[in-house]
Write a protein that binds this ligand. Structure first.
Ligand code: SF4
Length: 365
C-alpha cells in the first residue's frame, strides 16, 4: 500500500466526517497561498467537500498582487539609465503592468533584463559586470524577504541595488477582514509564510475579528485536516490560531529570519494590485540601507497608475475570493498563460493560471 493510497483513504474518510459535521449551515473558508490553491485544485479537493462548504483563494500569490507602479518603476529605470541590467524571478518576467508592457516586452525591445533563480545570481552578475548597474526586482512575501535582507547585510557590490516590492501577509488579512467585503468563517493560513513569522503572528486577527484560523501544510491531507479543524472551531464557537503544520511551523517562527528582516526593512503602507493601499503591509528599506534602493540611488520616482487592472480582467475580485476564474469572460478565451491579460494568469501561483492548468478535477485515484 503506497503512502498516497493510504492518504487517499484518510482524505476520503475525513471528507465524509466533514460532510456529516457540516450539517445544513453554509461555511466559507479562505486560504491565502498559491501552493494551497494548487493542492486544492490539482487534487480536486473541492469536489469531495459538501456544497455548503466553500473554500476560496485570497491574495496568496505575491507576483499577482505586485502593484504595476513597481513594475513601471523598474521599466522607467531601464528606459532612463542605459547601463542597467534588471534581474527578476521567472514568474515576474511576464506580468503585465498594463497590457503590452512587462519585463519580457522590455527584453524584446532590447533592454537588458535577465531572469535569475535567486538574489545571489544577481550579486554574481553585479560582480561580473562592474561597468554596469544591476537592479534586482525583489518580490515576495515573508518567505523571500529574509534572503533579500541577508544579501544587503553582506556588503553587496556598489553597483547593486534593489526595487523592493516585498509585501507581508498579516496586514492584508487585517485589511480584508476589516473591509467586510470578504465574509469568511475561517482562514487557512499559509505554511511557508508561517514558517518565518510563526503561528503567533496571526493571534491579533482572532482577537480582533473573532475568526478561527489554522496554519496548514501543503499535502492534500494537510489541507483537509485544516478544514476539519476550522469547522470544529466554528461549530464549537472556539476562536484561536491552531497549527496543523506543527512539524515545520513554530509559534514564534524563524527568529533568525525575522531578525534579518527587522534589521533591514521597516513596515510601510503599500499598494496591492487589485486591493489598493494596505497600511503597514510593505517592506521598505531602513534609512541606513537606502543606498541600495534603486529609486533613491537613481533619483527615479515610481509613476502613478490610475488603473491597476485592465478593463474586463476580474483579478481584483479573484484575489478577494469573490469570483472564480471561470466567471471572468476572458478566462480561456482571450486570457491564457500564453497570452495573459491579468496578473492572476501569469504566475504558477496565480488562481487563474492554476484553474487553467487543472480545470475542474475530481479527487485523484
Ligand atoms: S482570467 Fe485573465 S483576465 Fe480574467 S481575471 Fe484571470 S487574469 Fe484577469
Amino acid at each position: 500500500m503506497t503512502k498516497d493510497y493510504r492518504n487517499k483513504d484518510l482524505i476520503s474518510n475525513l471528507a465524509k466526517i466533514i460532510r456529516e459535521e457540516a450539517s445544513n449551515d453554509n461555511y466559507r473558508f479562505m486560504h491565502v497561498c498559491g501552493t494551497h490553491e494548487d493542492t486544492i485544485t490539482k487534487h480536486g479537493l473541492r469536489s469531495i467537500l459538501p456544497s455548503n462548504i466553500e473554500v476560496v483563494a485570497g491574495p496568496g500569490c505575491p507576483v499577482c498582487v505586485t502593484h504595476p507602479e513597481k513594475i513601471e518603476l523598474a521599466l522607467k529605470l531601464l528606459e532612463e539609465r542605459k547601463n542597467i541590467i534588471l534581474t527578476t524571478f521567472g514568474d515576474m518576467y511576464r506580468v503585465p503592468s498594463k497590457y503590452g508592457r512587462s519585463f519580457s516586452h522590455a527584453k524584446a525591445q532590447g533592454f537588458d533584463v535577465k531572469v535569475v533563480y535567486s538574489i545571489s545570481d544577481s550579486i554574481r552578475m553585479a560582480k561580473n559586470n562592474d561597468d554596469k548597474e544591476v537592479v534586482h526586482f525583489a518580490v515576495g512575501f515573508e518567505t523571500t524577504a529574509p534572503s533579500t535582507a541577508s544579501t544587503l547585510l553582506q556588503d553587496p557590490p556598489e553597483n547593486f541595488s534593489i526595487v523592493s516590492a516585498h509585501l507581508i501577509v498579516p496586514p492584508v488579512l487585517d485589511y480584508l477582514l476589516a473591509s467586510g467585503e470578504v465574509a469568511v468563517q475561517g482562514l487557512v493560513l499559509p505554511g511557508h509564510v508561517s514558517t518565518i513569522i510563526g503561528s503567533k503572528a496571526y493571534e491579533f486577527l482572532a482577537n480582533k475579528y473573532k475568526v478561527p484560523q489554522v496554519v496548514a501544510g501543503f499535502e492534500p491531507l494537510d489541507v483537509i485536516i485544516a478544514l476539519k479543524m476550522l469547522l470544529r472551531q466554528v461549530k464549537e464557537g472556539e476562536i484561536k490560531v491552531e497549527n496543523e503544520y506543527g512539524r515545520v511551523v513554530k509559534p514564534d517562527g524563524n527568529l533568525k529570519a525575522k531578525r534579518l528582516m527587522n534589521e533591514v526593512f521597516k513596515q510601510e503602507d503599500a499598494k496591492w494590485r487589485g486591493l489598493g493601499e494596505v497600511p503597514k503591509s510593505g517592506l521598505g528599506l531602513k534609512p541606513e540601507f537606502k543606498k541600495f534602493d534603486a529609486s533613491v540611488k537613481f533619483d527615479v520616482e515610481p509613476p502613478e497608475i490610475a488603473r491597476d487592472i485592465e478593463i474586463g480582467c476580474r483579478c481584483s475580485d479573484v484575489i478577494k475570493g469573490l469570483v472564480k476564474p471561470e466567471e471572468c469572460k476572458f478566462f480561456r478565451r482571450v486570457c491564457t498563460p500564453y497570452d495573459p491579460r491579468g496578473p492572476c494568469m501569469v504566475s504558477i501561483e496565480g488562481t487563474c493560471a492554476i484553474a487553467y492548468k487543472y480545470g475542474r478535477l475530481k479527487l485523484k485515484n
